[in-house]
Design a protein around this ligand. Structure first.
Ligand code: MN
Length: 226
């Protein structure tokens, strides 16, 4: 059953209803009010001090609370010891894909690493510098077991996601522009109003092949603990 689902579990929902469109507008309003964002560079890391500092401290505290050395943390996450050390010392901003690897390796929600609300002015989005911007709309909720993100992908940007924790189901809905997604070996193209639900515990790639930024929502649902 599980394998069957994996094989055929990529469900596409073409065309949004009026109700969904209204819901989309509602979410856009939420996004404008979003109080924290993570910015990552396509070519060079963009260091947003508050976020990087928070990430550095969070990662170090998490690793130490588990009693792990950097070497052990590297084995757990698949991210190099050198890179983990740089993040902890606030010398390097990881890509979104690397941060996902770390979250998955430690078995914690992605939003755990994102800084709490900032009082500072909202950041401007610059597609030349930021390939992928991820903003939590609804951070991790223990009871509901999901987190919901708004993601902007710059023109030409491609981001490869390593598999999330076992049992994760990811839901992607395009709000604006076009999104190409590769689930295992199969590429699919989604336009605004279309969505895709898939097993997030397998490799997947997000790509924006069009000439303007693509905005989409991603809901990550985590399985119940055994
Ligand atoms: Mn993913």
């Amino acid at each position: 059953m599980r394998n069957e689902k994996r094989k055929n579990g990529q469900v596409k929902y073409p065309g949004a209803t009026d109700r969904q469109k209204r819901a989309g507008l509602c979410v856009i309003r939420l996004r404008r009010n979003a109080i924290f964002s993570v910015f990552y560079a396509r070519r060079e890391p963009v260091s947003i001090m508050d976020i990087a500092t928070y990430l550095a401290a969070t990662l170090k505290a998490l690793r130490q609370s588990r009693g792990l050395s950097l070497t052990q943390a590297a084995e757990l996450t698949g991210v190099s010891k050198a890179m983990l050390g740089q993040i902890e010392r606030n010398e390097s901003s990881p890509t979104v894909a690397t941060l996902w690897k770390i979250a998955t390796g430690f078995n914690v929600p992605f939003s755990r690493f994102i800084a709490p609300p900032q009082a500072s002015a909202p950041q401007q989005y610059d597609p030349d510098k930021q390939a992928m911007v991820i903003t939590p709309l609804f951070p991790w909720d223990e009871a509901l077991r999901f987190e919901l993100f708004a993601i902007t992908l710059a023109p030409g940007a491609e981001s490869e996601s390593t598999p999330h924790e076992a049992g994760v189901i990811e839901h992607v809905v395009v709000i604006e522009g076009e999104l190409e997604m590769r689930i295992q070996e199969r590429w699919q193209r989604l336009v605004a109003g279309e969505g895709l639900r898939f097993h997030g515990d397998q490799p997947h790639v997000y790509r924006n092949a069009c000439a303007r930024p693509t905005r989409f929502h991603s809901l990550i649902h985590y399985a119940k603990p055994e």
